[in-house]
Design a protein around this ligand. Structure first.
Ligand code: GTP
Length: 355
Protein backbone atom coordinates (compact mmCIF):
# COMPACT_ATOMS: atom_id res chain seq x y z
CA UNK A 1 0.00 0.00 0.00
CA UNK A 2 1.89 3.11 -1.06
CA UNK A 3 1.70 6.46 0.56
CA UNK A 4 1.78 7.04 4.30
CA UNK A 5 2.12 3.30 4.76
CA UNK A 6 2.91 3.37 8.41
CA UNK A 7 0.08 5.66 9.25
CA UNK A 8 -2.63 4.32 6.97
CA UNK A 9 -2.01 0.70 7.87
CA UNK A 10 -1.81 1.64 11.53
CA UNK A 11 -5.19 3.33 11.40
CA UNK A 12 -6.89 0.46 9.59
CA UNK A 13 -5.41 -2.19 11.89
CA UNK A 14 -6.39 -0.29 14.99
CA UNK A 15 -10.06 -0.19 14.36
CA UNK A 16 -10.61 -3.38 12.38
CA UNK A 17 -9.06 -5.36 15.23
CA UNK A 18 -12.20 -4.66 17.21
CA UNK A 19 -15.19 -7.02 17.11
CA UNK A 20 -17.45 -4.05 16.62
CA UNK A 21 -15.88 -3.45 13.19
CA UNK A 22 -17.39 -5.62 10.41
CA UNK A 23 -13.94 -6.82 9.30
CA UNK A 24 -12.91 -7.77 12.84
CA UNK A 25 -16.22 -9.55 13.35
CA UNK A 26 -15.85 -11.41 10.04
CA UNK A 27 -12.33 -12.46 10.94
CA UNK A 28 -13.52 -13.75 14.30
CA UNK A 29 -16.44 -15.65 12.70
CA UNK A 30 -14.13 -17.12 10.05
CA UNK A 31 -11.55 -18.22 12.62
CA UNK A 32 -14.30 -19.70 14.78
CA UNK A 33 -15.61 -21.65 11.79
CA UNK A 34 -12.13 -23.04 11.02
CA UNK A 35 -11.54 -23.97 14.65
CA UNK A 36 -14.92 -25.72 14.83
CA UNK A 37 -14.23 -27.66 11.63
CA UNK A 38 -10.83 -28.81 12.91
CA UNK A 39 -12.39 -29.80 16.23
CA UNK A 40 -15.18 -31.71 14.50
CA UNK A 41 -12.71 -33.57 12.25
CA UNK A 42 -10.53 -34.53 15.23
CA UNK A 43 -13.52 -35.59 17.34
CA UNK A 44 -15.14 -37.61 14.58
CA UNK A 45 -11.84 -39.27 13.67
CA UNK A 46 -11.46 -40.25 17.27
CA UNK A 47 -15.02 -41.42 17.79
CA UNK A 48 -16.06 -42.69 14.41
CA UNK A 49 -14.14 -45.95 14.20
CA UNK A 50 -14.89 -46.66 17.82
CA UNK A 51 -18.56 -45.89 17.24
CA UNK A 52 -18.87 -48.14 14.21
CA UNK A 53 -17.05 -50.93 15.97
CA UNK A 54 -19.29 -50.63 19.02
CA UNK A 55 -22.35 -50.75 16.83
CA UNK A 56 -21.30 -54.02 15.23
CA UNK A 57 -20.04 -55.39 18.52
CA UNK A 58 -23.39 -54.64 20.14
CA UNK A 59 -25.13 -56.50 17.37
CA UNK A 60 -22.83 -59.48 17.80
CA UNK A 61 -23.20 -59.39 21.56
CA UNK A 62 -26.97 -59.86 21.25
CA UNK A 63 -26.43 -62.79 18.93
CA UNK A 64 -23.89 -64.35 21.26
CA UNK A 65 -26.15 -63.97 24.29
CA UNK A 66 -29.03 -65.63 22.48
CA UNK A 67 -26.76 -68.41 21.50
CA UNK A 68 -25.38 -68.81 25.03
CA UNK A 69 -28.88 -68.98 26.54
CA UNK A 70 -29.95 -71.49 23.97
CA UNK A 71 -26.94 -73.64 24.68
CA UNK A 72 -27.20 -73.45 28.47
CA UNK A 73 -30.70 -74.93 28.40
CA UNK A 74 -29.86 -77.86 26.20
CA UNK A 75 -26.34 -79.04 26.67
CA UNK A 76 -24.34 -81.09 29.06
CA UNK A 77 -20.69 -80.46 29.27
CA UNK A 78 -17.96 -82.87 29.95
CA UNK A 79 -15.27 -82.10 32.43
CA UNK A 80 -12.74 -79.64 30.99
CA UNK A 81 -10.02 -82.28 31.20
CA UNK A 82 -11.89 -84.51 28.79
CA UNK A 83 -12.43 -81.55 26.42
CA UNK A 84 -8.70 -81.22 26.18
CA UNK A 85 -8.54 -84.88 25.34
CA UNK A 86 -11.09 -84.52 22.55
CA UNK A 87 -9.86 -81.19 21.30
CA UNK A 88 -7.29 -82.44 18.81
CA UNK A 89 -9.70 -84.84 17.17
CA UNK A 90 -12.45 -82.19 16.82
CA UNK A 91 -10.07 -79.57 15.67
CA UNK A 92 -8.90 -81.92 12.94
CA UNK A 93 -12.50 -82.61 12.02
CA UNK A 94 -13.46 -78.93 11.90
CA UNK A 95 -10.30 -77.99 10.10
CA UNK A 96 -11.03 -80.58 7.48
CA UNK A 97 -14.64 -79.49 7.08
CA UNK A 98 -14.09 -75.75 7.19
CA UNK A 99 -10.47 -75.11 6.31
CA UNK A 100 -11.19 -71.45 5.51
CA UNK A 101 -12.38 -70.74 9.04
CA UNK A 102 -8.91 -70.55 10.62
CA UNK A 103 -10.33 -71.68 13.90
CA UNK A 104 -8.15 -72.78 16.70
CA UNK A 105 -10.40 -74.88 18.86
CA UNK A 106 -10.57 -73.96 22.52
CA UNK A 107 -13.64 -75.62 23.94
CA UNK A 108 -16.09 -78.29 22.86
CA UNK A 109 -19.55 -79.09 24.18
CA UNK A 110 -21.33 -82.44 23.84
CA UNK A 111 -24.85 -83.62 24.50
CA UNK A 112 -25.74 -86.56 26.78
CA UNK A 113 -25.16 -89.03 23.94
CA UNK A 114 -21.67 -87.72 23.34
CA UNK A 115 -22.55 -85.82 20.16
CA UNK A 116 -20.79 -82.55 19.53
CA UNK A 117 -23.14 -79.62 20.02
CA UNK A 118 -20.77 -76.69 20.00
CA UNK A 119 -17.15 -76.06 19.26
CA UNK A 120 -15.92 -72.62 20.21
CA UNK A 121 -12.79 -71.06 18.87
CA UNK A 122 -11.28 -67.69 18.11
CA UNK A 123 -9.16 -66.08 15.47
CA UNK A 124 -5.96 -64.73 16.98
CA UNK A 125 -5.31 -61.01 16.65
CA UNK A 126 -8.83 -60.00 15.60
CA UNK A 127 -11.09 -57.88 17.79
CA UNK A 128 -13.63 -60.20 19.41
CA UNK A 129 -16.34 -60.36 22.02
CA UNK A 130 -16.11 -62.75 24.86
CA UNK A 131 -19.23 -64.08 26.52
CA UNK A 132 -19.59 -66.59 29.32
CA UNK A 133 -22.57 -68.89 29.72
CA UNK A 134 -23.12 -71.28 32.53
CA UNK A 135 -23.67 -74.88 31.41
CA UNK A 136 -26.34 -76.70 33.38
CA UNK A 137 -27.54 -80.26 33.48
CA UNK A 138 -30.98 -80.72 35.09
CA UNK A 139 -30.52 -77.51 37.05
CA UNK A 140 -26.99 -78.41 38.17
CA UNK A 141 -24.09 -76.27 37.02
CA UNK A 142 -21.61 -78.42 35.14
CA UNK A 143 -19.27 -75.82 33.73
CA UNK A 144 -18.89 -72.57 31.89
CA UNK A 145 -19.03 -72.03 28.21
CA UNK A 146 -16.94 -69.29 26.78
CA UNK A 147 -18.10 -67.97 23.47
CA UNK A 148 -15.83 -65.72 21.51
CA UNK A 149 -17.40 -63.85 18.68
CA UNK A 150 -14.77 -62.55 16.39
CA UNK A 151 -15.43 -59.60 14.15
CA UNK A 152 -15.20 -61.15 10.76
CA UNK A 153 -13.30 -59.24 8.03
CA UNK A 154 -16.52 -58.06 6.40
CA UNK A 155 -17.70 -56.40 9.60
CA UNK A 156 -14.31 -54.81 10.15
CA UNK A 157 -14.20 -53.62 6.57
CA UNK A 158 -17.69 -52.15 6.87
CA UNK A 159 -16.72 -50.30 10.04
CA UNK A 160 -13.63 -48.96 8.29
CA UNK A 161 -15.62 -47.88 5.23
CA UNK A 162 -18.19 -46.17 7.48
CA UNK A 163 -15.39 -44.29 9.23
CA UNK A 164 -13.69 -43.21 6.02
CA UNK A 165 -17.01 -42.12 4.49
CA UNK A 166 -17.84 -40.07 7.59
CA UNK A 167 -14.42 -38.42 7.49
CA UNK A 168 -14.63 -37.68 3.78
CA UNK A 169 -18.05 -36.16 4.33
CA UNK A 170 -16.65 -33.92 7.03
CA UNK A 171 -13.70 -32.86 4.92
CA UNK A 172 -16.09 -32.09 2.04
CA UNK A 173 -18.28 -30.02 4.34
CA UNK A 174 -15.16 -28.23 5.60
CA UNK A 175 -13.93 -27.50 2.07
CA UNK A 176 -17.30 -26.44 0.71
CA UNK A 177 -17.77 -24.21 3.72
CA UNK A 178 -14.20 -22.91 3.74
CA UNK A 179 -13.84 -21.79 0.12
CA UNK A 180 -17.00 -19.68 -0.13
CA UNK A 181 -16.21 -18.33 3.33
CA UNK A 182 -12.72 -17.33 2.21
CA UNK A 183 -14.05 -15.64 -0.94
CA UNK A 184 -16.66 -13.84 1.11
CA UNK A 185 -14.06 -12.70 3.62
CA UNK A 186 -11.75 -11.44 0.86
CA UNK A 187 -14.52 -9.46 -0.78
CA UNK A 188 -15.56 -8.05 2.60
CA UNK A 189 -11.94 -7.04 3.27
CA UNK A 190 -11.81 -5.36 -0.13
CA UNK A 191 -15.05 -3.50 0.60
CA UNK A 192 -13.69 -2.38 3.98
CA UNK A 193 -10.44 -1.30 2.31
CA UNK A 194 -12.28 0.69 -0.33
CA UNK A 195 -14.41 2.37 2.31
CA UNK A 196 -11.24 4.06 3.54
CA UNK A 197 -8.93 4.16 0.54
CA UNK A 198 -8.84 5.56 -2.94
CA UNK A 199 -8.79 2.62 -5.39
CA UNK A 200 -6.40 4.24 -7.87
CA UNK A 201 -3.58 5.24 -5.53
CA UNK A 202 -4.61 3.17 -2.48
CA UNK A 203 -4.08 6.25 -0.33
CA UNK A 204 -6.46 7.09 2.51
CA UNK A 205 -9.57 8.94 1.37
CA UNK A 206 -11.10 12.01 2.98
CA UNK A 207 -13.27 10.16 5.51
CA UNK A 208 -10.37 8.11 6.81
CA UNK A 209 -8.19 11.23 6.81
CA UNK A 210 -10.64 13.00 9.12
CA UNK A 211 -10.20 10.27 11.69
CA UNK A 212 -6.40 10.48 11.47
CA UNK A 213 -6.57 14.24 11.71
CA UNK A 214 -8.87 14.18 14.77
CA UNK A 215 -6.42 11.83 16.48
CA UNK A 216 -3.39 13.98 15.60
CA UNK A 217 -5.10 17.21 16.59
CA UNK A 218 -6.05 15.78 19.98
CA UNK A 219 -2.49 14.64 20.51
CA UNK A 220 -1.07 17.99 19.36
CA UNK A 221 -3.29 19.97 21.75
CA UNK A 222 -2.60 17.65 24.68
CA UNK A 223 1.17 17.85 24.27
CA UNK A 224 1.17 21.39 22.80
CA UNK A 225 2.77 20.25 19.57
CA UNK A 226 2.59 21.87 16.17
CA UNK A 227 0.45 20.38 13.42
CA UNK A 228 0.32 21.48 9.79
CA UNK A 229 -1.49 20.49 6.63
CA UNK A 230 -0.18 20.77 3.10
CA UNK A 231 -2.30 20.56 -0.03
CA UNK A 232 -0.70 20.10 -3.42
CA UNK A 233 -2.09 19.93 -6.90
CA UNK A 234 -0.48 18.85 -10.17
CA UNK A 235 0.05 21.78 -12.50
CA UNK A 236 -1.78 21.63 -15.82
CA UNK A 237 -2.92 18.11 -15.25
CA UNK A 238 -5.72 18.56 -17.73
CA UNK A 239 -3.11 19.21 -20.39
CA UNK A 240 -1.30 15.98 -19.40
CA UNK A 241 -4.54 14.03 -19.76
CA UNK A 242 -5.32 15.68 -23.07
CA UNK A 243 -1.84 15.06 -24.49
CA UNK A 244 -1.15 11.52 -23.24
CA UNK A 245 -4.58 10.13 -22.49
CA UNK A 246 -6.46 9.44 -19.28
CA UNK A 247 -4.71 6.10 -18.74
CA UNK A 248 -1.32 7.79 -18.75
CA UNK A 249 -2.73 10.47 -16.46
CA UNK A 250 -3.61 7.70 -13.98
CA UNK A 251 -0.06 6.38 -14.21
CA UNK A 252 1.24 9.87 -13.40
CA UNK A 253 -1.00 9.98 -10.31
CA UNK A 254 0.31 6.60 -9.12
CA UNK A 255 3.96 7.46 -9.81
CA UNK A 256 3.58 10.79 -8.04
CA UNK A 257 2.00 9.03 -5.05
CA UNK A 258 4.99 6.68 -4.82
CA UNK A 259 7.46 9.53 -5.16
CA UNK A 260 5.83 11.72 -2.51
CA UNK A 261 5.43 8.75 -0.14
CA UNK A 262 9.20 8.27 -0.19
CA UNK A 263 9.67 11.85 1.00
CA UNK A 264 7.32 11.57 3.98
CA UNK A 265 8.11 10.82 7.59
CA UNK A 266 6.47 7.76 9.12
CA UNK A 267 4.19 10.02 11.17
CA UNK A 268 2.94 11.94 8.12
CA UNK A 269 -0.24 10.89 6.35
CA UNK A 270 -0.77 11.31 2.63
CA UNK A 271 -4.38 11.55 1.49
CA UNK A 272 -5.96 11.70 -1.94
CA UNK A 273 -8.23 14.67 -1.44
CA UNK A 274 -9.84 14.40 -4.86
CA UNK A 275 -8.87 14.53 -8.56
CA UNK A 276 -5.26 15.59 -8.78
CA UNK A 277 -5.25 17.15 -5.30
CA UNK A 278 -3.45 15.57 -2.34
CA UNK A 279 -3.25 16.51 1.32
CA UNK A 280 -0.49 15.78 3.79
CA UNK A 281 -1.20 15.81 7.54
CA UNK A 282 2.12 16.59 9.16
CA UNK A 283 2.25 16.21 12.97
CA UNK A 284 5.03 17.85 15.05
CA UNK A 285 5.55 20.30 12.18
CA UNK A 286 5.44 24.08 12.50
CA UNK A 287 4.35 26.04 9.47
CA UNK A 288 7.99 27.11 8.84
CA UNK A 289 9.14 23.50 8.82
CA UNK A 290 6.18 22.61 6.59
CA UNK A 291 7.24 25.28 4.09
CA UNK A 292 10.76 23.83 4.05
CA UNK A 293 9.35 20.37 3.56
CA UNK A 294 6.98 21.61 0.83
CA UNK A 295 9.89 23.20 -1.01
CA UNK A 296 11.85 19.94 -0.84
CA UNK A 297 8.82 18.05 -2.14
CA UNK A 298 8.21 20.49 -4.98
CA UNK A 299 11.86 20.23 -6.10
CA UNK A 300 11.83 16.42 -5.87
CA UNK A 301 8.75 16.18 -8.10
CA UNK A 302 10.15 18.63 -10.62
CA UNK A 303 13.39 16.67 -10.83
CA UNK A 304 11.77 13.25 -11.07
CA UNK A 305 10.34 11.26 -13.91
CA UNK A 306 6.72 10.40 -13.28
CA UNK A 307 5.67 8.46 -16.34
CA UNK A 308 5.68 11.07 -19.12
CA UNK A 309 8.59 12.53 -21.07
CA UNK A 310 8.08 16.08 -19.82
CA UNK A 311 8.62 17.36 -16.28
CA UNK A 312 5.61 17.35 -13.96
CA UNK A 313 5.35 20.09 -11.37
CA UNK A 314 3.15 20.68 -8.36
CA UNK A 315 1.96 23.76 -6.49
CA UNK A 316 1.65 23.60 -2.71
CA UNK A 317 -0.39 25.50 -0.13
CA UNK A 318 0.35 25.17 3.58
CA UNK A 319 -1.57 26.01 6.71
CA UNK A 320 -0.97 25.47 10.42
CA UNK A 321 -3.80 23.75 12.31
CA UNK A 322 -5.37 25.46 15.29
CA UNK A 323 -6.87 23.57 18.22
CA UNK A 324 -10.41 24.15 17.06
CA UNK A 325 -9.80 23.51 13.37
CA UNK A 326 -11.60 20.71 11.59
CA UNK A 327 -9.67 19.15 8.74
CA UNK A 328 -11.79 20.84 6.04
CA UNK A 329 -11.24 24.22 7.75
CA UNK A 330 -7.46 23.76 7.83
CA UNK A 331 -7.44 22.46 4.25
CA UNK A 332 -9.56 25.41 3.07
CA UNK A 333 -6.92 27.81 4.38
CA UNK A 334 -4.15 25.77 2.76
CA UNK A 335 -6.22 25.78 -0.45
CA UNK A 336 -6.30 29.57 -0.49
CA UNK A 337 -2.51 29.51 -0.34
CA UNK A 338 -2.47 26.92 -3.15
CA UNK A 339 -4.66 29.21 -5.24
CA UNK A 340 -2.16 32.02 -4.76
CA UNK A 341 0.67 29.66 -5.78
CA UNK A 342 -1.22 28.85 -8.98
CA UNK A 343 -1.84 32.49 -9.74
CA UNK A 344 1.76 33.36 -9.10
CA UNK A 345 2.87 31.01 -11.86
CA UNK A 346 2.58 27.44 -10.39
CA UNK A 347 5.44 25.16 -9.28
CA UNK A 348 5.56 27.14 -6.04
CA UNK A 349 4.97 26.83 -2.30
CA UNK A 350 2.76 29.33 -0.45
CA UNK A 351 1.69 29.52 3.16
CA UNK A 352 -1.70 30.59 4.48
CA UNK A 353 -1.96 34.22 5.46
CA UNK A 354 -4.38 33.71 8.32
CA UNK A 355 -4.84 30.99 10.95
N1 GTP B 1 -6.19 10.67 -15.35
C1 GTP B 1 -6.92 11.18 -14.35
N2 GTP B 1 -7.29 12.45 -14.40
C2 GTP B 1 -8.00 12.99 -13.42
C3 GTP B 1 -8.36 12.22 -12.29
N3 GTP B 1 -9.05 13.02 -11.44
C4 GTP B 1 -9.12 14.24 -12.03
N4 GTP B 1 -8.49 14.23 -13.22
C5 GTP B 1 -8.34 15.32 -14.18
O1 GTP B 1 -7.54 16.36 -13.64
C6 GTP B 1 -7.81 17.55 -14.42
C7 GTP B 1 -7.77 18.73 -13.48
O2 GTP B 1 -7.90 19.85 -14.31
P1 GTP B 1 -7.98 21.32 -13.76
O3 GTP B 1 -8.81 21.34 -12.50
O4 GTP B 1 -8.36 22.22 -14.86
O5 GTP B 1 -6.52 21.62 -13.27
P2 GTP B 1 -5.16 21.63 -14.06
O6 GTP B 1 -5.32 21.29 -15.50
O7 GTP B 1 -4.21 20.75 -13.31
O8 GTP B 1 -4.71 23.11 -13.95
P3 GTP B 1 -4.10 23.82 -12.68
O9 GTP B 1 -4.51 23.03 -11.48
O10 GTP B 1 -4.65 25.18 -12.68
O11 GTP B 1 -2.64 23.79 -12.87
C8 GTP B 1 -9.15 17.32 -15.08
O12 GTP B 1 -8.93 17.22 -16.48
C9 GTP B 1 -9.64 16.00 -14.53
O13 GTP B 1 -10.33 15.26 -15.50
C10 GTP B 1 -7.95 10.84 -12.25
O14 GTP B 1 -8.21 10.10 -11.34
N5 GTP B 1 -7.24 10.38 -13.30
Amino acid sequence: MPGGDAMSSRVVRDHTASWSHPEGLLRAVGNGFIALTILAVVAVTWMSYDHHLRYYCGYLRILSQMRAQHISERIISRHPESWKHEAARIEALLGRQRPEAHLSLEECVYDSDGRLIAAVGACRGAPCLREHAELRDAGVSVGMLEIRMELNPLVRRTAMIGTVATLMGLVAIGLFGWFPMRGWRESQQRVCFLAEHDPLTELLNRQAAERVYAHERARASRHELALSVLIFDIDHFKRINDSYGHERGDQVLRALTALVSEQLRASDTLVRWGGEEFVIIAPHTTVDLAVQFGEKLRAAVEAAHVGIPEAVTISIGISPCERTDSLPAAVDRADEALYRAKRAGRNRVERAESG
